[in-house]
Design a binder for this molecule. Structure first.
Ligand SMILES: Nc1ncnc2c1ncn2[C@@H]1O[C@H](COP(=O)(O)OP(=O)(O)OP(=O)(O)O)[C@@H](O)[C@H]1O
Ligand SMILES: [Mg+2]
Length: 493
């Protein structure tokens, strides 16, 4: 279906009538008109509503590309989310007609020809603009890296600049996208108005959020992308990582320089090593410092040691924290399980306190879980936004269903629950009833190192190698040796 969209607020009535006519003549069955610049703090509320309604195969027709946003980063974000959702875009002024898989680069180049206020107009956040790339080159880098067609290091080589320059450019673009537009009051309650993954207002980043999905469905990756947005706008972040997969947040992707300063406590890539007795000290430190950090508890040995550390950590953090802090609990069901061990009761009540009453102490809790059915229901029910990646088990989908009953529309809920098993890696339904958003999105590529990558079988086979023959008695001896000495023998081919 062809759907027209234009901003009557930015043109005279005569021009608006001409644009309406041109869109109808282009075959649009519906024309959506943006009448006011700012409504409820949302810069383009009609466009946001339209994007949430569109389905794969639809085509959006605009009079010109800058109808989609007043700055290049915004247009880039919209083009990416349309492309990711399989939606086409046609611009009448630029005579562009793209299939969903066509080149956003062409659009951005055309946009740059007639719209100069997007790039280079504002400085904010991590590092400002790198001086050594022209605006056209910057646009090229941003488009190619964020669309996933080229790596950051390949673009650094192409333009003969350092990887750090590319990292700073990407971080600055994200910060720009998070910043209010140069003209017009686009702030609401001090929060810049923009979209996340093309559909959520930026203010949604300050909501309590839950991300659920099967193993490898892309939860941690999606959360990293959202946390990068929080860091790009200067937010404090603490990620509790029981699996040792978040350290990459402190590194740049593809060997590029780190786009954000992140401290890693504990784990195999620690800046500062941790042991299980340090919960109280670390809770006080994190509560008092303006920093982003990863608390990696993956090598604490036992589940009981991790719980004891977390009990002390959450207690001290709750007491010490007074400024806004995004607290990300990956594998949150470890800390707040529906069926709690006796030694986990205190921790459960601490996590509940942070999730239910933490707002007064400025916590923004984000919960990530493979198994929403085993995450404590009183904790999950507090999430204002639910992101569901692929979910197959009926119990887990039922848990999502219970959240929907408490928060959202049941009929829509049934439709979405049925569709959850078909989602691909990196895709999720984002449900934000408070923002009237329900949409399927593909989470974009992250800027930091992908440290939760699933090891590929062929890569491991190459590295380790299989036994050429199975020598049962040697294996038996090796096993007996391991049992007797309590140590592991290295593999022999
Ligand atoms: N949106 C995406 N774009 C590109 N790659 C992705 C995306 N989502 C996930 N991946 C790839 O899949 C890998 C696994 O994803 P991720 O670590 O997020 O899974 P998960 O849902 O957190 O799984 P688990 O429950 O086992 O922790 C990532 O490291 C990344 O390589
Ligand atoms: Mg994960």
């Amino acid at each position: 279906m062809l759907i027209g969209y234009f901003r009557s607020c930015s043109v005279h009535e005569g021009q608006a009538a001409a644009q309406r006519r041109a869109l109808a003549e282009a075959g649009c069955e519906q024309v959506v008109e943006e009448r006011s610049v700012v409504e409820h703090g949302d810069e383009q509320p009609e466009l946001r509503g339209l994007l949430a309604r569109l389905q794969a195969g639809d085509v959006v027709v605009v009079p010109r590309l800058d109808s989609l946003g007043r700055s290049l980063p915004k247009v880039v974000l919209h083009v990416q989310s349309l492309t990711a959702a399989g939606i086409g875009l046609r611009s009448l002024a630029e005579a562009l007609d793209t299939s969903p898989r066509s080149q956003p680069a062409a659009m951005i180049a055309v946009f740059g020809q007639h719209n100069s206020h997007g790039a280079g107009s504002r400085r904010r956040g991590a590092g400002g603009r790198p001086p050594r790339l022209s605006p056209a080159q910057q646009s090229d880098v941003v488009e190619k890296v964020l669309s996933g067609r080229h790596t950051a290091s390949a673009m650094a080589k192409h333009y003969l600049v350092s990887p750090a320059t590319i990292s700073r450019l990407l971080a600055a673009r994200l910060a720009d996208a998070a910043a209010p537009a140069p003209s017009g009051p686009a702030e609401k309650d001090g929060v810049a108005s923009d979209w996340i993954v093309g559909i959520l207002p930026l203010s949604a980043l300050d909501e309590r959020l839950a991300i659920v999905g099967t193993s490898g469905s892309g939860k941690t990756y999606a959360a990293k992308g959202l946390i990068e947005r929080v860091m790009a706008s200067g937010g404090r972040v603490c990620v509790v990582d029981p699996l040792g997969v978040w350290w990459g947040l402190a590194r740049g992707a593809d060997g590029a320089a780190p786009p954000f300063p992140v401290a890693v406590f504990g784990g195999a890539h620690a800046d500062v090593p941790l042991d299980p007795s340090m919960g109280t000290a670390l809770g006080r430190l994190v509560g008092a410092q303006p920093m982003a950090c990863v608390v990696d508890v993956s090598d604490f040995g036992s589940a009981a040691a991790r719980r004891a550390f977390m009990t002390a950590f959450t207690e001290a953090l709750y007491a010490a924290n007074t400024e806004p802090l995004h607290l990300v609990l990956d594998e949150a069901d470890l800390w707040a399980p529906q069926r709690t061990q006796p030694d986990g009761l205190e921790l459960l009540s601490r996590v509940e306190e942070i999730v239910r009453r933490g707002r007064v102490r400025s916590f923004v809790p984000w919960l990530i879980s493979q198994r929403p059915a085993v995450l404590h229901k009183d904790v999950l029910s507090q999430a204002g936004i639910l992101v569901s990646m692929k979910l197959t088990s009926s119990q887990d989908r039922a848990a999502v269903g219970r959240w929907v009953e408490g928060q959202a529309d049941r009929t829509e809920g049934r439709r979405i629950l049925a569709a959850l098993p078909q989602l691909r890696r990196g895709e999720g339904w984002v449900w934000a009833p408070g923002d009237r958003v329900l949409a399927r999105v593909a989470f974009p590529r992250i800027l930091t190192l992908d440290s939760s990558q699933t090891p590929r079988r062929e890569a491991r086979a190459g590295a380790v190698g299989l036994l050429a023959t199975v020598d049962a008695s040697a294996l038996g001896r090796a096993l007996a040796g391991v049992a007797a000495e309590g140590s592991e023998e290295p593999f022999h081919r």
